[in-house]
Design a protein around this ligand. Sequence first.
Ligand SMILES: [Fe+2]
Length: 222
Amino acid sequence: MARICHVSDTHGFFPKLLGKFDMVVHSGDFFPNSQFVWSNKVREMEFQYQWLESKIPVMKEWLQNHPFLFTLGNHDFLSAEFMAQILNAAGIKSFCLHDKITNLDGINFYGFPYIPNINGVWNYERSLDQMVPHIDLLSETLNQTYVDVLVSHPPPYKCLDLSNGNEFLGSTALSNALDFKIAQEMLPSVIMFGHIHEAQGVSMRNGMLCSNAATTQRIIEL
Ligand SMILES: [Fe+2]
């Protein structure tokens, strides 16, 4: 059995990780933003690169030698694969989960960073049409090989996604994939996500344990 510490939407903070666990899974919105996010995405990327380099010692202390598995979110502009390279080179065992299966300690993970369109400012924003290839890949991969944990940035639609404005802001593409495109017996045991801070919590959805850990942390045993 593995104990996974699920964190999300830390936005540049490193809240103390409490309890006993074997690995840390972050479901996106890891970085802080600068004012460049509004005007210059290359400078925003540089800002996040420099921030990450400066935070390596803090991150090592934060993780206490536990492996770090992540999906990025809409506030994150640094290349996810590059981020994993930087962390690994610094001695932090890290895995970018995006669009593929990653196995750690016998657990299969798959990462999905894509969110429904907001206003074109943020990373990983996709229209329903643009979601199609990502959803096809997700569905094909999960139907082929059993994935224990899906680590998504957005919640599935109507699953821990109710905003303060009384709108369900989760991904319909993701909920449709789970309901209609992935075979019932191949559905993951756990879906970890964040994105909608005010809807954090846990629930069950069609036999899957769903965890929205936005701005908080939760230990999930698997
Ligand atoms: Fe966030």
